[in-house]
Design a protein around this ligand. Structure first.
Ligand code: HEC
Ligand code: HEC
Length: 355
């Protein structure tokens, strides 16, 4: 009798294990059709050939506060590589302590987005990098002044020449942006729970995270948050089913409308990337939501017209927490000294600044 019971237990538990394995296999196959793993190495950028000098230059420029008029603000200020590429602010604070209109999205894995900014107005990282340097609420500088600054520092002149061999005028605003793009492509976060699960490791996600992943796929989150970044791929109204209140969706930021001037694009935004999302609160372009659970709940009602219950929200959130990948270990570069020819920090022009 005892033997039979033991046998029954063994048979039952084997069945349970095989059910779990079958579920894992089906879930994995589902995921592989929707998502792509973050690669282990920086992707090759079609029109931006790698060389070591250019990568070093881009790395230095990302941390270079002299790209800003005040000489206080660098890309790192708002896209802190120790904070998963974000800045902990609702909306960014830039030149002269001014508040910008939108939350800073992470630079991590941004190379995989099909277009940059919440409204997709820059086609790639190269085009993007020229924006913040000139934006009055960000770095408030002029391309001529940036070039003058870089040309006044011999170490930069030398490095630009090495980075852009054969260029007749290597120190240029465009080449600055190209070098930064090459560096940003190295800010990637492989090996998170989802990617390890997709690669065959059933233990990479907990049971709760798998339940959350299943919901994420089945209720339709993955319809807008897919690809390498679980987002960054396409444009959708914030409020497909139900527009969120003005507290989360301020009336004066009409999103992609400003880019296309088409009424159908009012309050349309690019689906944001969700890799490392648990590390980059606050959420939404307005930065008004600090809790990831709350953001998940808002998505259920605004994008899908469904009230997710507490358990479902907890499971999906737990899955999103599994999207924290290996953070890039970035060394702070030593930056060359200014010279007498270097323009001085300029903190004037505050009153007229507007975005
Ligand atoms: C004052 C803060 C601030 C500074 C400085 C700043 N950024 Fe940003 N960055 C932002 C904000 C805010 C956005 C979103 C703006 C929008 O969508 O309209 C953004 C967007 C981006 C994006 C788009 C990411 C995505 O997913 O769409 C990238 C890439 C980026 N910045 C890189 C840079 C680089 C490179 C520099 C330095 C040259 C820089 N930023 C300087 C605040 C800043
Ligand atoms: C119809 C497309 C669509 C669907 C479906 C959708 N989202 Fe979103 N998601 C978006 C857009 C667009 C935004 C950006 C909203 C904004 O701030 O303007 C967003 C923002 C988010 C954010 C905040 C990201 C950040 O960086 O601030 C999270 C988290 C999120 N979605 C998770 C989910 C989850 C979980 C689901 C399923 C319950 C879901 N989304 C369903 C399009 C969608």
């Amino acid at each position: 009798m005892k033997k039979q019971v033991t046998l029954l237990v063994v048979v039952l538990s084997t069945m349970l294990v095989s059910v779990a394995v079958a579920d894992d296999t089906a879930l994995r196959a589902n995921c592989q059709g929707l998502f792509k793993a973050v690669p282990q190495q920086a992707p090759v950028i079609a029109d931006n050939a790698h060389n070591d000098a250019k990568l070093l230059l881009g790395h230095m420029l990302y941390f270079e506060p002299r790209l800003s008029a005040s000489q206080l603000i660098s890309c790192q200020t708002c896209h802190n590589v120790g904070l998963a590429g974000g800045d902990l602010q609702e909306t960014s604070t830039g030149h002269g302590w001014q508040k910008g209109p939108r939350n800073a999205p992470t630079t991590f894995n941004a190379v995989f987005n099909t277009a940059q900014f919440w409204d997709g107005r820059a086609e790639d990282l190269k085009a993007q990098a020229k924006g913040p340097v000139q934006a009055s609420v960000e770095m408030n500088n002029k391309p001529e002044n940036v070039v003058k600054t870089l040309k006044s520092i011999p170490a930069y002149v030398e490095l630009f020449a090495k980075a852009f061999p054969g260029a007749s005028d290597p120190v240029s605003f465009d080449n600055m942006a190209e070098a930064i793009e090459l560096f940003e492509a190295t800010l990637i976060t492989p090996n998170d729970g989802l990617d390890r699960f997709m690669a065959g490791d059933n233990a990479a996600l907990s049971a709760e995270q798998k339940a959350g992943l299943e919901l994420f796929v089945n209720v339709g989150c993955a319809g807008c948050h897919d690809g390498v970044n679980l987002g960054g791929t396409d444009y959708f109204p914030f409020g497909v089913v139900e527009q969120p209140g003005a507290d989360l969706l301020p009336a004066d930021d009409k999103g992609r409308f400003k880019v296309t001037n088409t009424e159908a694009d009012a309050y349309v935004f690019r689906s944001p990337a969700l890799r490392n999302i648990a590390l980059t609160a606050p959420y939404f372009h307005s930065g008004k939501v600090w809790s990831l659970k709350q953001a998940v709940g808002v998505m259920g009602s605004s994008q899908l017209g469904m009230e997710l219950n507490e358990k479902e929200v907890a499971q999906i959130t737990s899955f999103l927490e599994a999207l924290n990948g290996d953070q890039p270990a970035v060394v702070h570069p030593v930056l060359p000294a200014s010279t007498e020819a270097t323009p001085k920090p300029d903190l004037s022009n505050l009153a007229t600044a507007a975005h």
